[in-house]
Design a protein around this ligand. Structure first.
Ligand code: DP6
Length: 361
């Protein structure tokens, strides 16, 4: 599908008012998206596990208004008005207006909340933009009820990407790939697709415990981080490596080769951080506790042969990844050895999930 496939004709019979609610999960990348071109086109393909527990629930109430001159919306986060989020939403609405021509017809009340604590330092842009895009698609579906499921999902992912790149991987489960790759059929820079190759059952119930090392604001936003890849001395090789890692993942995901999975996933995480350390300006997003945790994971894996590994996003928190069959053992390890490195001992147990769900109002 191309951008043109997401344009719509004029709508007939706009409903006067209504309400739609969607819950969309967060995701954690195995091969990282880091670097983009306008507008929200990734410089390399990525793949992520869709999560389950970490999610955003968003309701959009819409009511027809008289003037169609501008967007009109109120925004509530966890029940309270949130002016600070409005500019980002406005930019998003401007970007997607040509694909959803009804946006200026309505006044919207957007109510959003996260399943994870606000202060956890977990970015909610992926789940938040995915949930909002699904709500807007929910309205479009009322105007165009014959829309196929496949088109609905692709367009929801397409819109979410225009809000935040990684959000396009938060529509479906359980492994989603985004970014054109010559050897992945139907892969696209415009939206995420459910990973089209064989996936060993071990990965369908994989666990992800998010160790909250640092709950504060990130030192550098992803948006700024992506820009640092422009003119970066190692960018070209990094982009090539991501293409090749996606290729390498295929037999690993199919066979369930955890040893190779661990090597690839940890290398991706450290490469992401290496890119930030070697950009200009440069950033160090790991904290001493991040390194303590990584060393303890390596030591534990060596001693117990348990296939646990880590990945990182653009911050200090650590995602501990392990098969569901190892859960009991790994939970003891977390409590005994890792929790002391988490802010206030906090961590979140999550797992691979099935994607976003519609909530009936
Ligand atoms: C490190 O999707 O947050 O988590 O497109 O600017 O909103 P924007 O960036 P964002 O970048 C995510 C980067 C990452 C890696 C990943 O999720 O692939």
């Amino acid at each position: 599908m191309t951008e043109n496939d997401f344009l719509t004709g004029d709508y007939q019979n706009l409903p006067e008012k209504g309400k739609v609610t969607w819950k969309a999960p967060s995701n954690i990348a195995l091969v990282k998206y880091w670097g983009k071109r306008p507008v929200q086109i990734p410089t390399n393909p990525s793949i992520s596990f869709t999560l389950d527990a970490c999610a955003t629930t968003t309701s959009v109430t819409f009511e027809k208004k008289d003037s169609k001159d501008d967007f009109s919306f109120d925004l509530f986060f966890e029940g309270k008005p949130k002016e600070g989020f409005k500019p980002k939403i406005r930019t998003f609405l401007e970007r997607i207006e040509m694909y959803l021509p009804f946006l200026k017809e309505y006044h919207f009340t957007i109510e959003t909340s996260n399943s994870f604590p606000h202060s956890s330092g977990i970015a909610s842009s992926a789940s938040g933009m995915a949930a909002l895009s699904l709500c807007l698609m929910g309205i479009e579906r009322q105007l165009n009820p014959t829309m196929e499921e496949k088109v609905f999902n692709a367009k929801a992912s397409f819109l979410a990407r225009l809000g935040s790149g990684s959000a396009c991987r938060s529509i479906k489960g359980n492994l989603v790939q985004w970014g054109e790759h010559a050897n992945i059929p139907e892969s696209s820079d415009l939206y995420g697709i459910v990973y089209p190759f064989g996936v060993n059952p071990v990965f369908k119930s994989y666990c992800d415990t998010i160790l909250l090392v640092h709950k504060g604001q990130k030192q550098v936003s992803s948006t700024v981080g992506h820009q640092l890849m422009h003119g970066h001395p190692y960018a070209e090789n990094r982009f090539k490596q991501a293409f090749s890692n996606l290729e390498k993942l295929r037999p690993i995901l199919e066979s369930g080769d955890l040893e190779e999975f661990i090597k690839l996933v940890e290398s991706e995480a450290l490469t992401l951080h290496a890119m930030m350390m070697t950009s200009m300006p440069y950033f160090m997003l790991m904290k001493p506790d991040t390194l303590e945790i990584i060393n303890k994971i390596w030591q534990y894996r060596e001693e117990t042969k348990t296939p646990v590994c880590f990945t990182l996003d653009a911050g200090a928190n650590v995602h501990l990844l392990y098969p569901a069959s190892e859960k009991e053992k790994v939970q003891d390890f977390i409590k005994d050895k890792l929790a002391i490195h988490c802010e206030n001992g906090h961590y979140i147990n999550d797992r691979v999930g099935q994607g976003a769900t519609k909530i009936n109002n």
